[in-house]
Design a protein around this ligand. Structure first.
Ligand SMILES: NC(=O)c1ccc[n+]([C@@H]2O[C@H](COP(=O)([O-])OP(=O)(O)OC[C@H]3O[C@@H](n4cnc5c(N)ncnc54)[C@H](O)[C@@H]3O)[C@@H](O)[C@H]2O)c1
Length: 281
């Protein structure tokens, strides 16, 4: 352990810390812009005195963001926005190699998930980083005593921005939130190319299946759906798209994909990928 500070945490296995550190350093090699920001933060210390609660995918990329914020002087508590993407080695490294509070374990159940969100909020944040709006939702429901201290926050993903926009419309949102997903550099690239690739990474790891020759049904032709459909095509699949927005459906058709309702696609598909942001598609 390279830190002597006692920090609060709940991670799966501290013994994974050194392996996690290597992976975080590997990811850093491909994050040159963040490296420049981190250098600037280290000089200017813009977050000195600020407590940040972050609810994000606990992956090596997020770890590097946390290190940049820490370099800028922030006191951070990180929890997972999706327990299934939590990398236990990354979580352990953040705690035991870098001295950052992390509350995240891979595949933790619903109760554990909300316990971790609440533990992160115990830092009494002035700033919140969210990915899906669950942290902000907990603040507005069961942890309302903390709202007064929150200055602002940012939200990473499409679904979170939709939830926040509705809260803002209803006059329920108690502090300003920056919609990170609305920036071109986020949705045009992360959603399309990032999710496009990581979706197949997950499918390969889970099934070890060959995509070539399969009929892959992609539900939703938004930014993520486009990326998934393009990657599936590149891997040799026959791609079928289902989409409720007629313009996007037409776009999919003109990009060479077959388009049909799910009732028909269900009968012919080998593999189904839903990227609509909606449940039960
Ligand atoms: N895990 C990640 O790293 C990650 C990254 C980016 C986005 N996301 C999530 O992925 C989801 C999709 O994001 P996006 O940016 O592509 O959103 P988007 O709004 O651009 O696209 C969603 C599309 O689904 C369509 N749709 C909605 N309901 C449908 C249905 N029942 N059948 C067929 N089509 C339907 C919509 O018309 C829209 O075109 C969101 O939940 C977002 O939060 C996750």
């Amino acid at each position: 352990m390279s830190t002597t500070t006692v920090i609060k945490s709940d991670v799966a296995n501290p013994a994974l810390a050194s392996e996690g550190k290597k992976k975080i350093e590997w990811a850093a090699r491909n994050m040159p812009v963040l490296a420049q920001i981190k250098d600037r933060f280290a000089k200017e210390k813009p977050f000195t005195g600020f407590r940040i609660a972050a609810c994000m995918h606990v992956t090596t990329e997020t770890a590097n963001l946390m290190l940049a914020l820490k370099a800028g002087g922030a006191d951070i508590a990180l929890c997972a926005s999706n327990p299934l993407s939590t990398q236990d080695d990354t979580a352990a490294a953040l705690v035991y190699e870098y001295g950052i509070s992390v509350f995240a374990k891979n595949a933790v159940d619903r109760d554990g998930y909300y316990k971790h969100l609440n533990s992160a909020l115990d830092i009494k944040p002035q700033l919140v980083f969210d990915d899906g709006c669950d942290l902000v939702n907990v603040l507005h429901t069961s942890r309302t005593e903390l709202i007064e201290g929150v200055m602002a926050g940012c939200e990473e993903t499409t679904t979170g921005v939709i939830r926040l926009s509705q809260m803002a419309k209803d006059g329920a949102l108690k502090f300003p939130m920056i919609a990170v997903n609305d920036t071109d550099t986020k949705h045009m690239f992360d959603n399309r190319y990032g999710t496009g690739q990581s979706t197949f990474d997950a499918i390969f790891r889970a099934t070890n299946t060959l995509i070539a020759g399969k009929i892959v049904v992609v539900a939703g032709f938004g930014y993520c759906g486009k990326g998934v459909a393009e990657r599936a095509k590149g891997l040799g699949a026959e791609v079928v798209v289902t989409e409720i927005d007629p313009t996007k459906a037409l776009d999919a058709l003109m990009q060479g994909f077959r388009v049909m309702p799910m009732t028909k696609a269900a009968a012919i598909g080998d593999l189904f990928i839903t990227v609509t942001g909606n449940r039960d598609v």
